[in-house]
Design a protein around this ligand. Sequence first.
Ligand code: NDP
Ligand code: MG
Length: 406
Amino acid sequence: MQFSDRLQEKNSHCATVTDIQTVSILGATGSIGTNTLDLIARSADRFQIESLTAYKNVSQLAKLAKVHNAKFAVIGDETKYKELKSYLAGTSIEIGSGETGLIEAGARQADCTIASIIGSAGLRPSIEAVRQGHRVALANKECLVAAGDVFMSEVSLANAELLPLDSEHAAIHQVLCRGMLDEVKQIIITASGGPFRNWTAKQITAATPEQALRHPNWSMGAKISIDSSTLMNKGLELIEAHHLFAIEPERLKVIIHPQSVVHCLISYYDGSVIAQMANPDMRTPIAYCLAWPGRMASPTEPLDLIKLQSLTFEAPDTERFPALDLAISALIKGGSAPNIMNAANECAVAAFLAHEISFTDITRIVEKCLEKADQQNLLQPVGTIDEVLALDHEARQLVGRLIDQN
Ligand code: NDP
Ligand code: MG
């Protein structure tokens, strides 16, 4: 379904959102998953949990499934199936495990599925949710980076309603409700600049995982926190916006906004610029997705501009943070370049978190992997999820060798 068609549907549905909604959360134990459950617990009369999934955190999954009265709980790591079974003994909660279980959780009938598994591991379960033709609130941006065209054609085929949960994209979605895409001159996505915004290039070279994890404004999972510190997160978000809103790379731009209060600015041909603002708390965009096409209360602290006093903006420094330009080149190159870049980045971030490579090695290794993949003619477009995942696997092998040689 096109974005403009979805907006028309919003208006026709507005009066009918008082029924209890069923919700599945893929990645329930993560930062987005727990924020979603926090909102749902505050409006328990409006929501009922269908499926919850995790990867290894079996005790937390079992606890969440019991507390939120889920119908189906899935642990991605098959070796933990028995443990989950014993935690949930005596309850009526159905249990699943492994990739099959995760895919089944995506396939379960739910009014809204929150796709918040991290990385391309979320691709198959998220696609399965899309195939059911209901609403999918997508946090898992790596799905769109790895498989944008394939993913979006599945959305159209199933006539599913894809809502962006990423804060900047939820902001764009809200602003675009008042205008047509062909009237838009530019979509500007903001970035906080991360914890190293004011560090010198020399200091950045010695940055540790612990320092990189300390995001100034947002509390998030480890991988996205590292992506925010390299600015790769903004690169992934440009690719995400390109697919979500069918907008060309030339009309997308990133600016640094250290307070993380303005999440997007959309400029129109008549000179108007419309921005969306909120304090940095993921419960605002999650609430937007859960209550769509209406609104629901969220505990996000109200925005107090007088207290804030000033909002500042600056250009990104792509010399100290080369990942942004790397992602823009992959977006422009198209084909499988974003997929290879995403897989390489996931591996390089994991290696940095494990203290195997330095901070600046992350982007250097991703760039090297893209060069190698190009030499091996791996950047051509592909047409199926199996092909996307085969290339993802290939890129991980390439990066593994690059890390060993590092
Ligand atoms: P977390 O690392 O906090 O949580 C990830 C979730 O995915 C956990 O439930 C984890 O289970 C599960 N998981 C991890 N690996 C696998 C796997 N191989 N197979 C199945 N499940 C797996 O991540 P975040 O919540 O921070 O981010 C989730 C997604 O949302 C990412 O794509 C991120 O870019 C996006 N996003 C996040 C934001 C945030 O504020 N956190 C903001 C905007 C977007 P377990 O706990 O058992 O490991
Ligand atoms: Mg974001």
